[in-house]
Structures are given as C-alpha cells and as structure tokens.
Design a protein. Structure first.
Length: 237
C-alpha cells in the first residue's frame, strides 16, 4: 500500500484539503490507476482528522469517478485526471469547482429548457453570437468570458430573471471552473476542442427548434462532459 504524505495546511475545510491532497497524488501518479488507497483508519492517522472528515473526502472522490470501492480490495484509483489540473487550480479548490458543476447541471438544464419554450429571435441571435465568439476565443486565447457569455445568454432567454441572477452571483467560481476546463481542452487534441464546440452548438440548435427536452438534455450532457474532461485524462484525449 502506498504511503501518502498528507498534512493539513491552510484554513480550509479539512475534507477539501484531504480530497485535494489525495487528488494531487493521483494526478502525479504517486497513486496510479488501480492502486489501493490507505484504509480510513490510516488516513485519519496520517492527516490527523476524524473518520467523518475522511469519509467526506472519499465520498467526493467516489462522486467524481476517481476512485471506487471493491469488496475485499478496498478503495482503488479508477481514473487519473489530466496533468494540468493541479497546475491550474489548488487541489483543495478543485472539490469546490466540481461542486459548482453539480449545481449548474440542474440549474442550467432547466434554464435551457425554458429558453427553448420562451426564446425570442433576439435571444437566439445573442446565443448564436456568443457561440461564435467562443469558437474564436477557443482557437487563440482565454475563452472563459466567451463561455460565460454563452451560458448567460441561455439563462436570459429563459424569461426568468432569477436564472441569470444566480449565474452572475456565482460568476467568479463559474469563470474559474470554465477557465480550468477550457485550458485543459486547449492543451488536448483538436478532437476535444471540436466536441466542446459541438456540445454548445447542440444546445443552441435545440433552443432554436424550441425543443425543451432536447435543450435540457444537451445542457446537462455538456456539463457532465465538462466534469468528465476535468477528472479523466482519457476523456476525448
């Protein structure tokens, strides 16, 4: 079993710190795919925290598809995230970024559904212009502002002012999440970048056709894939 160097550092939630430090060692390859994590008791002792804290960190790693528990084998590493992940964000911050995506999946799926029902021609033009800007920025520079503008335009087309208000209130963490995901995309294959744009185009297409169910699914699919691209180096490699 791999011995891990785990120690509390900054004044952050201990479960996020532990999550981040285990994640960093998975990214670095210290914990390779298929490797077994130390037991809960060993993690408690190494990190100097209670078992509920350890279980919360492990629950997050499970939810993100990074580890799985196998009867008789313990908790094993399933996927290794891209190398750039822990260079783009602090390990303890990544748990918060992924939680943000969880919130967005439900919120933005509903806003896309309503946008398909209620959008005006002007709304559609704004969403299309935002997609065009995203395509241009993804090719040659930072694209998080263009990405945020696309999602905000969809929220505004919902006809419910609370959807764009929530996105704006979460703007800092959403932009950070987008920046991490898009930097990983830019450093990957052309196929990965093409698929990201296709996912956005599918959202626009469903809204254009006034297909509420398809818009909901397209938005949820895009955000699920964003999450997978952040946590699995093999995704659209």
């Amino acid at each position: 079993m791999t011995e891990l160097d785990l120690r509390p550092r900054r004044k952050e939630r201990l479960a996020d710190q532990l999550y981040g430090q285990i994640l960093q060692q998975i990214v670095a390859g210290t914990l390779a795919e298929g490797a077994r994590l130390p037991s809960e008791q060993a993690l408690c002792r190494s990190f100097g925290v209670s078992r509920p804290t350890v279980r919360e960190a492990l629950m997050r790693l499970h939810a993100d598809g990074l580890v799985a528990t196998r009867q008789g084998s313990g908790t094993l590493v399933l996927h290794r995230p891209p190398d750039r992940l822990t260079r783009l964000a602090e390990g303890a911050d990544i748990a918060g970024l992924l939680r943000c995506l969880e919130v967005r999946i439900g919120l933005e799926g509903q806003s896309a559904s309503l946008a398909a029902r209620r959008r005006t021609a002007a709304d559609l033009d704004r969403i299309a212009a935002a997609l065009q800007a995203l395509e241009a920025r993804l090719a040659d520079g930072p694209a998080s502002e263009a990405d945020f503008a696309f999602h905000l335009a969809v929220a505004e087309a919902s006809g419910n002012a609370l959807f764009p208000a929530v996105l704006r209130s979460l703007g800092e963490i959403i932009r950070h999440t987008m920046s991490v995901a898009l930097n990983i995309t830019r450093s990957g294959s052309q196929e990965r970048a093409r698929r990201v744009l296709e996912e956005h185009a599918a959202i626009l297409d469903a809204i254009s056709r006034k297909d509420a169910e398809a818009a909901d699914l397209a938005m949820r699919y895009h955000l699920h894939r964003s999450r997978q691209r952040v946590t699995d180096r093999q995704r659209d490699a």
